[in-house]
Design a protein around this ligand. Structure first.
Ligand code: 3HC
Ligand code: NAI
Length: 698
């Protein structure tokens, strides 16, 4: 037997214990161990029942994702499940933690399933660009019905044990998995319950087989929000086979569909995103033994758009917050917005009805910066003006307790300069949240020159505690995300001058997979923010400025790059914008031409990739994957395209270099020339993925 799987006998029950940390994934060793254990237990005359359980924090969390793309090694998961189904003795899955993907598929092959109350069960393959490939698309609908099944498989969202019991996915909720399952097994024997195999049970399919419209409606609803992704549609189609295809034939088709998906670029991109996210949260260049500082209370300064959302994120995680404003009026307004947001979530059923009051009770609203004194972490979210930030940090420094970590949520400002006004620059860093801060997962944790390693670790640990994905970056104008966004913004402006229209640019990017194009997004956010920032920095963008000067500030003025009908947020292309662009270009002596979609895509995306390479050269980001995570979780980069640096590798760095050189030449834009790093990698035939940079600088 393998080390990963052990077999023990308790009374007449064979316990198969899977022990493969961290998440008991179904590696070849685990599959082999289960396969051999099941056969041994079945053959052993002293065994009457078989319980499959896991050591550690969770039941099997799925196939071993690191094995995807490598030559398959026997036994396949389907063979393991067939071995279970062939047992003449009842096999019971004893679930704790999360039974996910192949783990749940294995459990669905067992005759019975029991779970502890806080266990979760799901088929999240779709989130990796896949469909369940070991019978999940056929057995889950037989357990829970095809309508609920298709929803679970297409969304990939797990359900809790009580809901699983209601839907027939498990047979019983038990106190503790192994003991509970053994007791359940005794009961089975005493009651002489027949062995149940989902493959033979079509009872929950009868209604949907008689009236296909039921299933069609559920499948359509589940796949509605799918933007160019292959996997959700493949999942829904595979579930539909439960209604018209014999079980074994459907399994074969499922396998073929799985193999097709696993090899395509979308699944590769989603696997990359899975591992890049887990890699990004690891701060590598902090010495072993450095510990985060304990944080019991957080002070947030400013109860505006960001401060309010950040405070909500902490309260959502049960962490007490002191929320500080300049006056009662601002405080009341800020607290009121938070309450309204939570009430709306409760009204939608997102949180229990008593939660808004409980969460508000964690927020202590105060006027005056002396109130930072009880906090272990202070996050400043006041106006984006250096003088104000410096005044606020001077006051924080005077009042905060020694050892408190002092963070700024600035979008662009120099954190070294802010840190320098304090007597403790080692405690100062950036925590750059994204709007709406209670929803968005990304937090750029900005390491300044003198930031102490344990202060950095405090920020990343806390960000994780409140459900964010922290990515450590260095100090520069706009850090990683906004710096690359600015490059894209500039290219959008240049494309309008060349002849493209806002709606053409947006259409290309939404087809690429963004939920909104940059011009529609600008209208939503308000065009005056960028306009003011350009004025402050003495920069002129001819077309963007002309749009603003015409009083077109975006949705709030019902017109920007588009026009808007009263009460509607739907952008409508506006001939007046084209006239404005034309007039501006005439004034500048520019001739506009028709621009093709490919040129739009290349000019919007490749310069961003080039900037990403520059960010790596400057060690502002530690790894290409970190940049991808920032764009995936902060800027809506489509998940099936893996992030800008992953996408660059897919396109091929040689192609990107050639196209950048072409545009730099033909548009007379030296700034578009490929960076040294990009050029070198292309010359070597290498990829960003091959880079192994680990350090960021302050
Ligand atoms: N295969 C390989 N490694 C895995 C893994 C998997 N299925 N799931 C998690 N890991 C690794 C992570 O990479 C991480 O490694 P690291 O410590 O070296 O970074 C470690 O396990 C711990 O993972 P998390 O940091 O995510 O731990 P959490 O406790 O936050 O979450 C979890 C645990 C909920 C199980 C989460 O890891 C998860 O959602 N895993 C993926 C589950 C999944 O997608 N399963 C389906 C796989 S596809 C499949 O089964 C195909 C089948 O149909 C044939
Ligand atoms: P906001 O204008 O909505 O809120 C700022 C709040 O700070 C106001 O309520 C104001 O009364 C308060 N304030 C000002 N001076 C103060 C002081 N001395 N003490 C206490 N409170 C004070 O601004 P917003 O949008 O929340 O931005 C805040 C910071 O977050 C800025 O640095 C901004 O660049 C950054 N940011 C903004 C994002 C956004 O999308 N709005 C995204 C990420 C970062």
């Amino acid at each position: 037997m393998s080390d990963a799987v052990k077999l023990a006998l308790v009374d007449y029950c064979a316990l198969i214990i899977i022990d493969a940390p961290p998440v008991n994934a179904l590696s070849v060793a685990v599959r082999r161990g289960i396969f051999e254990s099941v056969q041994a237990a079945n053959a052993d005359a002293a065994v009457r029942t078989i319980v499959m359980t896991c050591a550690g924090r969770t039941f099997i969390a799925g196939a071993d994702i690191t094995e995807f793309g490598k030559p398959p090694q026997p036994p396949a998961l389907n063979e393991v499940i067939t071995a279970i189904e062939s047992c003449s003795k009842p096999v019971i899955a004893a679930i704790h933690g999360t039974a996910l993907g192949g783990g749940l598929e294995l459990a669905l092959g067992c005759h019975f399933r029991v779970a502890v109350k806080d266990a979760k069960l799901g088929l999240p393959e779709v989130k990796l660009g896949l469909l369940p490939g070991a019978g999940g698309t056929q057995r889950l609908p037989r357990a829970v019905g095809p309508e609920f099944g298709v929803r679970m498989i297409v969304t990939g969202e797990p359900i809790g044990a009580p809901e699983a019991l209601d839907h027939g996915l498990i047979d019983e909720i038990v106190e503790s998995q192994a003991d509970g399952a053994i007791a359940f097994a005794r009961k089975l024997v005493a009651e002489q319950r027949p062995l149940l195999l989902l493959r033979n049970d079509d009872s929950k399919l009868v209604a949907a087989k008689a009236d296909r419209s039921l299933f069609a409606a559920a499948a359509a609803a589940a796949t509605k929000k799918n933007r160019g992704l292959n996997a959700p549609l493949a999942c829904a189609e595979a579930v539909s086979w439960t209604l018209d295809t014999p079980f074994d034939e459907a399994l074969k088709k499922e396998r073929e569909a799985f193999l097709k998906l696993v090899a395509d670029d979308q699944a590769k991109a989603q696997r990359h995103a899975f591992f890049a996210e887990r890699e990004a949260v690891k701060v590598r260049d902090v010495a072993d033994g450095v510990k985060p500082r304990p944080v019991g209370r957080v002070a947030i300064i400013g109860a505006g758009t960001m401060g309010g959302g950040i405070a909500m994120s902490f309260a959502n995680a049960g962490i007490p917050v002191t929320l500080i404003e300049t006056g009662e009026e601002q405080l009341t307004r800020g607290l009121g917005t938070m309450r309204k947001n939570w009430d709306a979530t409760a009204a939608r059923g997102g949180i229990p009805a008593d939660e808004p009051a409980k969460r508000m009770a964690l927020i202590d609203g105060k006027v005056g910066l002396e109130n930072v004194r009880d906090a272990d972490l202070v996050i400043e979210a006041v106006f984006e003006t250096m003088a104000i930030k410096k005044a606020v940090f001077t006051a924080i420094d005077a009042n905060a307790r020694p050892g408190a970590v002092l963070a700024t949520n600035t979008s662009y400002l120099d954190i070294n300069e802010i840190a320098a006004v304090t007597r403790r620059p080692q405690d100062v860093l950036g925590m750059h949240f994204f709007s709406p801060a209670n929803i968005m997962k990304l937090c750029e944790v900005v390491r300044a020159k003198q930031t102490a390693p344990d202060a950095l670790l405090t920020a990343t640990t806390l960000a994780k505690r409140i459900g964010k994905t922290p990515v450590v970056v260095g100090v520069c104008h706009g850090f990683v995300g906004n710096r690359m966004l600015a490059v894209r913004g500039l290219q959008g402006e240049a494309l309008l001058k060349s002849g493209a229209l806002p709606e053409e640019v947006d259409a290309v990017l939404t087809r690429f997979g963004f939920s909104m194009g940059p011009f529609a997004m600008g209208d939503l956010a308000g065009l005056d923010i960028g306009w003011r920032s350009r004025q402050d920095r003495g920069i002129r963008w001819d077309i963007a400025d002309a749009i603003c000067e015409a009083g077109r500030l975006g949705q709030k003025t019902s017109k920007g790059y588009y026009r808007y009908e009263p009460g509607s947020r739907a952008p409508i292309p506006d001939p007046k914008v084209e006239q404005l662009i034309d007039a501006t270009c005439k004034r500048l002596g520019l001739t506009r031409r028709t621009i093709g979609d490919q040129e739009i895509l290349e000019r919007m995306i490749y310069p961003m990739i080039n900037e990403g390479a520059r960010i790596l050269e400057e060690k502002i980001a530690a790894r290409p994957g970190d940049i991808d995570v920032i764009w995936l979780y902060g800027y809506g980069w489509p998940i099936h395209r893996g992030g800008p640096m992953f996408y660059a590798d897919l396109v091929g760095l040689r192609t990107i270099v050639e196209r950048l050189e072409f545009y730099a030449r033909s548009l007379n834009e030296p700034a578009l020339k490929p960076t040294a790093l990009l050029g070198r990698l292309a010359d070597e035939g290498a990829t960003f993925a091959s880079l192994n940079t680990e350090k960021t600088r302050g």
